[in-house]
Ligand binder design. Structure first.
Ligand code: KIV
Ligand code: ZN
Length: 501
């Protein structure tokens, strides 16, 4: 089996994502976690960019022992000197030197001819080699570089002592077959290519960074540049978790390769990087997104409960996620609903389950996600009274600053709809009075409390109240995404208790 070297550039290219910069302490925290994750090389920063970055790279170089610590430098003397100085304390120091080689960059960025670019690169590599034994060279924008010039540049860099040649798809322009051909062509046309490790560095402008990196591996690249959560310049870099898990999961294709990544640390690392950069991980992000191992549709939930592999190609434990989740929402089925209630400690008979499931579907139509607390509220609402005399059918309220609140409530009793209409001091009071007209009870409201069961705009509201009816104090509770409905439900809960006494 051949090892694929994982070169993590979260702390350099990843940090170049607009708004993702971290201070020295934060970078050290991430570096420590990357080492725990098992990355081979940590590109810790671009020391010439700022004193802070120089110090951060130096501090990381002092602390990290197992992974190599690398710093980036342009083909500029000051860059190279600072990069070499910053990584010097590392057990395995590396300097990564880069220079653009594509016609577009030569013409518009440098206004220099190919031979001059070759000379600058050669002199810079020589300088870097004097100060660090491990040099990596990147012909920036390699995928848009004329082939012959690229071969000449790579050959010169290897002759100059570079141990690793990285091929960047700087603007994320390539597609997988192209990358495959490029790596194959470099291997076939650069005479000294076997004296260096070939690396790949892909950006995600067309969403192809992971696919391109994997294609490069199949063509002979043995080092992959990547970042945690795929953060990086513009649309980001190839993401470490996707590359590593694709190779681990698709053994049929990548069975000849392995990485030293401890995949169980992936989720923790993703979380840390997201927290420290303030870059939220999109819920649908592969491997580490909140929905990556979550199932909402009833068909999927039912199948996953029967056999996980029906809809899961990876084991969540392998990436450090405790378990896949069955998210209860409007697409969920009875199987997942029953299963969750069981895990919450509810033992419902078939009738109670049906009632609770019906109510759950009503709530799920109004609310994006149903949390365990929502479920508790729903179930407690539905099972508290064995056979309620009065049930809510529907209600309508009109209310405002210039009108007296009016309510029409329809209750069901023995399969018959009974309407009641009333005005009141507020919409809730109007509803309670409408209910009183239907039930005929003389009721005094003794206590009324409203709280949010869960958070968010669509959170369930729970009303707890106490009513005085015929000298008895009776409490009631009700929950709904609509607080007036929650209030009516709580009111009926109390009234029904009286009737069942
Ligand atoms: O994308 C790129 O070309 C780079 C180089 C510095 C390797 O990040
Ligand atoms: Zn890059």
């Amino acid at each position: 089996m051949e090892k694929i070297i994982i070169f993590d550039t979260t702390l350099r290219d990843g940090e170049q994502a607009p708004g993702a910069s971290m201070n020295s302490f934060q970078k050290m925290e991430v570096a420590a976690q990357l080492e725990k994750l098992g990355v081979d090389i940590i590109e810790a920063g671009f020391p010439v960019a700022s004193t802070g970055d120089f110090e951060a790279v130096k501090a990381i170089a002092k602390k990290v022992k197992r992974s190599a610590v690398c710093a980036l430098a342009r083909c500029v003397k000051l860059d190279i000197m600072l990069a070499a100085k910053a990584v010097k304390p590392a057990k395995h120091p590396r300097v990564h030197v880069f220079l653009a080689t594509s016609k577009i960059h030569l013409q518009y960025k440098f206004r220099k001819a190919e031979d001059e670019i070759l000379r600058i690169a050669r002199d810079s590599i020589r300088l870097a080699r004097k100060h660090c034994s491990d040099i990596e060279f990147s012909p920036e924008d390699a995928t848009r570089t004329e082939r012959d010039f690229l071969y000449r540049m790579v050959e010169m860099a290897i002759d100059g002592g570079c141990r690793t040649i990285n091929i960047p798809d700087t603007v994320g322009y390539s597609y997988p077959q192209e990358v495959y051909s490029l790596i194959t062509d470099i291997r076939n046309n650069v005479p000294n290519i076997d004296k260096a490790v070939l690396a790949i560095h892909c950006h995600d402008d067309l969403g192809l960074a992971t696919a391109n990196s994997l294609s490069a591996v199949l063509a002979g690249a043995r080092q992959v540049h990547c970042t945690i959560n795929g953060i990086g310049e513009r649309a980001g870099n190839a993401s470490l978790e996707e590359i590593v898990m694709a190779m681990k999961t698709r053994k049929d294709v990548f069975g000849d390769f392995y990485t030293d990544i401890n995949t169980k640390e992936i989720f923790r690392t993703s979380h840390l990087v997201s927290k420290l950069t303030d870059f939220a991980v999109p819920p649908n992000k592969a491997i580490v997104g909140a929905n990556a191992f979550a199932h909402e549709s009833g068909i999927h939930q039912d199948a996953v409960l029967k056999k996980r592999i029906t809809y899961e190609i990876m084991d969540p434990h392998d990436v450090g996620i405790a378990e896949s989740s069955l998210v209860l929402g409007k697409h969920s089925g009875r199987h997942a609903f029953r299963d969750r209630l069981k895990s919450l400690g509810f033992q419902l008979n078939e009738g109670q389950l049906n009632k609770a499931f019906g109510r759950f579907k009503e709530v799920a139509d109004k609310k994006k996600a149903i949390f365990n607390d929502d479920l508790r509220a729903i179930v407690e609402d539905e099972i508290r009274v064995a056979k309620p005399v009065w049930q809510l059918h529907s209600f309508e309220v009109t209310s405002g600053t210039r009108i007296k609140p009016q309510a029409k409530v329809i209750l069901i009793k023995k399969a018959k709809n009974i309407p009641g209409v009333s005005s009141g001091d507020g919409p809730v009071d109007a509803c309670f009075k409408a209910v009183d007209k239907i039930t005929g009870y003389k009721v005094k409201l003794e206590d009324f409390r409203l709280e949010a069961v869960t958070s968010g705009k669509d959170a369930l509201g729970r009303v707890s109240l106490k009513l005085k009816i015929k000298d008895s104090i009776i409490s009631g509770r009700g929950a709904s995404t609509d607080i007036i409905e929650a209030a009516i439900r709580a009111y009926l809960d109390a009234v029904n208790k009286l009737k069942s006494k």
